[in-house]
Ligand binder design. Structure first.
Ligand SMILES: Cc1ncc(COP(=O)(O)O)c(C=O)c1O
Length: 450
């Protein structure tokens, strides 16, 4: 009988991250200073990030060594299993083979610690004492709280207010690892006070929380800022996921036809797919499918323009698919997918036609999550359920066309702290938000003129 899981030994773990910048079909448009609109130099980023990460942000080197101290922490949960979703295949009556890379087995329950641990390491190495960050669903905040804890750093998390209210257990988890958590917008930063003055009932957004966390870091000498997605170095760290997946598929002699991941800022999707990019660029027929919510349809409905990374216009301006930095998406339960932009690296490859994108409303996403939970057991995070929806739809297409394709998706995290959303779905109270066309049109008027 065939094994249902493919494991790597710890010795077979990747020792280097893969940097897709070395293989891009054209150079990445440079990030711009939010004040001067001129290209950013390393010195401009120094008050926010440590030099080790700034170097990775701009590096064109294809392979970058993973430090031994990071590997030894990765070994707490890595290598993660590649699982065959056989019971899901049977339920779908599909001839397709479905595999998923289970990143939900980390301490924080998602892929996020892959970069949190690396970022905490590089900050610690340069003498930083405290990290500030934002979190949407609480997944990133808990990952960074964990990362800071293992390297003995203080951690300050600005958590999007609607998630803070919906997900008290994530806050408790962060506090268990020693972090301090504040609902955003807050009155603790200039950026937060500015937002509250305009809208005292603001539910918050990732864009706002980023402004607060950046504001916090630039005001304190002992503090740097840490971002859980979007940036090149974050995606670099996440390639450990795709590199392991590649080695696992090779071990069982399987070639993927389609790779699927959900997209918030783009880190789990990119980390999962990019290690397969060199072959794809050379003509190998493997599809990369990015999945997003219709409530925040960055790739499918956004524009490829320079925009601010945050609401208060403090973070660098980058070229990306964007819905406008003032866009505040509806409070959907996949909090981690409510960001107005996406990673510039992913956006470039999407614009060049290497990546496809699809968008789904919440209810079909939760239907997919239910089917997965009832066949494969694990309850997925609402973000992850977007990837599952797309994988199921691909498998259904295979059934209709009688095709035996190999579908592999990134199971970015479990949903054990998202049960309130499941409760809403089960009691038929989950709202489907249509594409918020008017709000997006308004927000796109605020793009910077560069
Ligand atoms: C489980 C999970 N998956 C996916 C995401 C989306 O982020 P990214 O696109 O950076 O992977 C998040 C963000 O919080 C998450 O918690």
């Amino acid at each position: 009988m065939e094994d249902m899981k493919v494991y790597l030994t710890e010795k077979e773990m990747p020792r280097q991250w893969y940097n897709v910048q070395a293989d891009l079909p054209k150079p990445l448009p440079p990030p711009l200073h939010p004040g001067t609109l001129k290209p950013l130099g390393p010195q401009d980023l120094a008050p926010i990030f440590p030099m080790g990460l700034i170097e990775q942000e701009v590096s064109q080197q294809r392979w970058i060594d993973i430090p031994e101290d990071v590997i030894s922490i990765y070994k707490l949960w890595r290598p993660t299993p590649l699982c065959r979703a056989k019971r899901l295949e049977v339920a779908l009556k599909t001839p397709a083979r479905i595999y998923y890379k289970n990143e939900g087995v980390s301490a924080a329950g998602s892929h996020k610690p892959n970069t949190a641990v690396a970022q905490a390491y590089y900050n610690k190495k340069e003498g930083v004492k405290r990290l500030s960050t934002e979190t949407g669903a609480g997944q990133w905040g808990s990952a960074l709280a964990f990362g800071c804890n293992v390297f003995g750093l203080e951690c300050k998390v600005y958590m999007v207010k609607v998630s803070y209210q919906q997900k008290p257990y994530r806050r408790m988890m962060m506090e268990t690892w020693g972090a301090s958590v504040t609902p955003s917008p807050s009155d603790q930063t200039d950026a937060g006070r500015m937002i509250l003055a305009k809208d005292p009932n603001s539910p918050g957004s990732l864009g706002i929380a980023i402004s607060e966390a950046v504001n916090d870091a630039v005001k304190r000498e002992d503090t740097r800022y840490s971002l859980g997605s979007v940036l090149n170095h974050v995606i670099l760290h996440q390639t450990v996921v795709g590199l392991e997946t590649k080695a696992q598929l090779k071990k069982i002699g399987v070639e993927p036809d389609v790779l699927i991941g959900c997209v918030g800022g783009g880190s789990n999707f990119s980390g999962f797919c990019f290690p397969f990019f060199p072959e794809k660029k050379q003509g190998k027929k493997v599809r990369f499918v990015a999945v997003e919510p219709t409530a925040c349809p960055t790739l499918t409905k956004g524009l490829y323009r320079y925009d601010f990374g945050d609401t208060a216009q403090m973070a660098p301006i980058v070229k990306m698919y964007t819905l406008g930095h003032t866009f505040v998406p509806p409070g959907i339960h996949a909090g981690g997918l409510r960001y107005h932009g996406d990673a510039p690296l992913l956006c470039l490859l999407y614009d060049e036609g290497f990546v496809e994108a699809v968008a789904y409303p919440q209810n079909p996403v939760f239907e997919a999550a239910m089917l997965f939970a009832r066949t494969e057991g694990t309850i997925p995070a609402p973000e992850t359920a977007h990837a599952i929806r797309a994988a199921i739809d691909e498998a259904i297409k295979c059934r209709e066309k009688k095709e035996e394709k190999v579908i592999v998706f990134n199971f970015s995290g479990h949903g054990h702290f998202d049960l309130a959303a499941y409760d809403m779905f089960l009691s038929k109270k989950l709202e489907d938000y249509e594409y918020p066309e008017e709000k997006i049109k308004e927000a796109l008027k605020d793009l910077p003129k560069v």
